[in-house]
Design a protein around this ligand. Structure first.
Ligand SMILES: CC(C)(COP(=O)(O)OP(=O)(O)OC[C@H]1O[C@@H](n2cnc3c(N)ncnc32)[C@H](O)[C@@H]1OP(=O)(O)O)[C@@H](O)C(=O)NCCC(=O)NCCS
Length: 263
């Protein structure tokens, strides 16, 4: 795989040995992966994908984008297969009207919810048995059209709070706000196109929110639990879900996936 971005230094620890990897009913597991560490796996991972995924992969113009897609989806399948005790190739997805993927044959007695996101060389996955979840990650690079994006997607309070910040704090606050919005709106996958201006995080703009806090929209002010994430140097993320609070664990994916799952 061509290196599209430098391999990030991951902040989260390695997971426990595979035998002890379990997902409690009150737990939310977060995984991050530096995709370039898996570049030798592209040929193997492509065999794990569905026909639809392979067709989407072959439609990318740039080989680096194609390989990134194959690796992200291969890793997602491998992670889910570990919890489902199923071969990665046998995992089937269905999609909500605006594209949120779900497990097709999710058993009501043993549901598994997930969300994933990527930016630059980093992929982030959130998996829980408890409730729908949303995750977002962004590489902290300059945003030349920040003012235009802010006008389009941020609430008036957020625009004011951002404008009041010193120049050197603005980029970080912009990404904090953006990833929190995306994470919340990816929970049910339906609010992204309509609701983005109505979710207001201006009060959290300067907070670290390393611990979970509740935020909401105008109708339901305590709708989501939200936590900002710093999975790797130069990246910022957020995870959100609807209440109640879950136990959150964070792991970096080892380059040898055999450690967590045999394929
Ligand atoms: C579709 C959207 C989820 C894509 O997000 P992104 O930042 O481009 O990409 P990410 O890597 O974070 O997430 C992509 C993954 O989210 C999932 N996804 C797609 N549509 C989704 C939806 N409606 N809800 C939840 N998850 C969705 C998919 O698994 C997708 O992976 P894939 O493209 O490899 O199949 C979302 O950001 C969007 O609609 N944006 C439109 C602009 C917008 O309203 N932005 C508001 C920001 S404040």
């Amino acid at each position: 795989m061509k290196r599209a971005a430098a391999t990030p230094k991951l902040h989260w620890p390695s997971p426990p040995p595979r035998e002890t990897l379990a997902l409690g009913s009150d737990e939310l597991q977060l995984w991050c992966a530096a995709l370039s560490e898996f570049r030798d796996e592209v040929a193997r991972f492509v065999t794990l994908l569905s026909e639809a995924e392979r067709s989407k992969a072959s439609g990318f113009h740039f080989p680096a984008h194609r390989d990134s897609y194959i690796l992200r989806h291969g890793i997602l399948r491998i992670l889910l297969s570990g919890y489902r005790k199923q071969h990665p190739r046998d995992i089937e997805f269905s999609f909500r009207p605006l594209g949120k993927p779900e497990l097709k044959d999710g058993l009501p007695q043993a549901p598994l919810h997930f969300s994933h996101s990527h930016s630059g060389d980093l992929a982030l996955y959130a998996i829980t048995r408890s409730c729908p979840v949303g995750v977002d990650v962004e590489c902290l690079k300059p945003v030349p059209d920040m003012d235009q994006i802010v006008r389009q997607f941020f609430s008036s309070q957020e625009i004011q709070a951002l404008a009041a910040l010193p120049e050197e704090e603005r980029l970080h606050a912009f990404y904090a706000c953006w990833t929190r919005k995306e994470a919340c709106l990816k929970v049910d996958g339906e609010g992204i196109s309509q609701g983005v201006k109505h979710v207001d995080f201006s009060h959290t703009l300067l907070q670290e929110t390393k611990t979970l806090e509740t935020v909401g929209d105008l109708q339901r002010p305590d709708r989501w639990r939200l936590q900002s994430l710093a999975p790797a140097a130069g990246y910022l993320g957020a995870v959100a879900y609807e209440r109640p609070a879950l136990r959150v664990t964070q792991w970096s994916l080892p380059a040898s996936l055999a450690l967590i799952c045999a394929t």
